[in-house]
Design a protein around this ligand. Structure first.
Ligand SMILES: *Cc1c(COP(=O)(O)O)cnc(C)c1O
Length: 449
């Protein structure tokens, strides 16, 4: 392992691992157990991560990594943030779980703050993003059902529109509105009635939106799809058509929401609001928590017993989420996100001028995609060797999701490392000769038309 290029990273353990090479790591019994006993749902490098501090993560050999993935947009306050650690200690000693049959002291105040951030009125807490998506789809079906339609039958207005290149999660509801076929087709039949609209294509949206649609779901900025923002004209048209047909506009802000763009919600750059906004990833600083945020009009159709959850909105997770939101406010992190994001994109633009295989830099705030004309995976592997965590989405887009507390020096450290990685990674198949067409490249093309 190459750790010696940075003096600071050479701890005694890292030196040992460097001397012994990757073999040592491979024989880690915890890793062998994982490979033998887990379902093979993830292809992972042979490294066991053990802990983190601030913007850095450490593996079992003591090697340090600059974390520009943030646990896939979850660790917005980095690792072991003192305020997060303190609140978890305090709350764990009070109550981890009390059940949703009673009020707890944290749900109400957290819901109040989320309403203030989002401009929406009411909240339902879930344990994950995909549960928030499924819950929102149920709400859309509920709201569109007419009183004269018999319960248990398909209402006339029961279909969903989603976008090409979308990702909404892994449960049945979520995969039925997720366009990537490998996530959906092996599990068919999925929830019936979903149809995909070409990304940012207003004409296609208009041709597919009719009185059978109960909701249009969209990521305000597509995350897994390669960091593609929905255009203002598309958003406005989706809002107008939803209102006209009595359907819901559902904004999936699970990745792009809660500050990531430098605004509380990504949709706040538009002049209108969605009927439902969904959040999860960074909400409870790494504890599992998601939420459905919605209007009074939608909430008025819900009655006790229709929907629920055992774990969702527990006091420990909610107290931690409240601490996260208060930290974003009191430490003025939106300003930091905007300033560090601007420095990051400026540095990346310089690199794009230097390396001709960088096709485009996209994103806002601290949600950035670097689209390459060659496969991204070798760059991710090289980055890991050099002590940097990033990932690659849709084969050709390197994705950066650093923590909200990243500082100027860490942005510079990233740019220095990233340049080295771009310069030394052996390049493999290009987008054109690998035979694969990046769906994300097609999306960019569609968006340009
Ligand atoms: C991660 C993600 C989801 C799914 O969230 P889980 O917590 O993994 O279920 C849904 N939508 C978007 C945009 C996401 O990034």
């Amino acid at each position: 392992m190459r750790t010696s290029h940075k003096k600071k990273t050479v701890s005694r353990a890292a030196f040992k691992s460097k001397a012994a090479g990757m073999q040592t790591v491979k024989q880690d019994a915890r890793l062998l157990d994982a490979e033998k006993f887990l379902l093979p749902t993830y292809k992972r490098p042979p490294v066991v991560m053990t802990h983190g501090r601030g913007a850095y993560v450490f593996d079992a050999t003591g090697k340090r990594y600059l974390d520009f993935l943030g646990g896939i947009a979850v660790n917005a306050l980095g690792h072991a943030h003192p305020r997060v650690v303190k609140v978890i200690r305090r709350e764990a000693a009070r109550a981890i779980h009390l059940s949703n049959l009673y009020h707890n002291a944290r749900q109400g105040p957290l819901a109040r703050k989320l309403a203030a951030w989002s401009g929406l009125d009411r909240v339902f807490f879930t344990n994950s993003g995909t549960e928030a998506i499924d819950g929102a789809m149920k709400l859309a079906r509920l709201v569109a059902r007419k009183p004269e339609e018999a319960p248990g039958t398909a209402a006339k207005q029961h279909r969903f529109l989603a976008l090409e290149n979308s990702f909404h999660g892994r449960t049945f509801g979520a995969i039925s509105v997720t366009s990537t076929e490998k996530y959906r087709l092996p599990f068919a039949p999925v929830v019936p009635g979903a149809e995909f609209v070409r990304f940012n294509d207003v004409a296609d949206l208009e041709s597919k939106f009719d009185g059978t649609i109960c909701a249009i779901l969209l990521e305000t900025i597509q995350g897994e799809g390669g960091i593609h923002p929905v255009s203002e004209v598309f958003w406005n048209r989706a809002r107008a058509l939803a209102t006209q047909h009595g359907a819901l506009l559902i904004a999936d802000e699970i990745q792009c929401g809660l500050g990531r763009t430098g605004r509380y919600f990504a949709y706040q750059k538009f002049s209108s609001k969605p009927d439902i906004a969904l959040i999860a990833k960074p909400l409870a600083a790494g504890l599992p928590l998601g939420a459905i945020l919605t209007s009074e009009a939608v909430a008025s159709r819900v009655s006790p017993g229709m929907h629920g959850t055992t774990f969702g909105g527990g006091p420990l997770a909610c107290a931690t989420a409240l601490e996260f939101l208060e930290t974003v406010e009191s430490e003025k992190l939106l300003e930091n996100i905007r300033a560090r994001g601007a420095e990051l994109r400026e540095g990346l633009a310089k690199l794009a001028a230097k390396f001709d295989f960088i096709r485009e830099i996209r994103g806002e705030g601290l949600m950035v995609g670097v689209e390459l004309s060659v496969e991204g995976a070798p760059f991710v592997a090289e980055a890991m060797q050099r002590g940097l965590l990033i990932n690659c989405t849709h084969d050709f887009t390197l994705r950066l999701l650093p923590t909200f507390i990243i500082n100027r020096a860490q942005v510079r450290e990233f740019l220095r490392l990233f340049e080295l990685i771009l310069a030394t990674t052996p390049q493999q198949a290009s987008a054109s000769d690998s035979g694969k067409t990046a769906e994300s490249a097609r999306v960019a093309h569609a968006a340009a038309r």
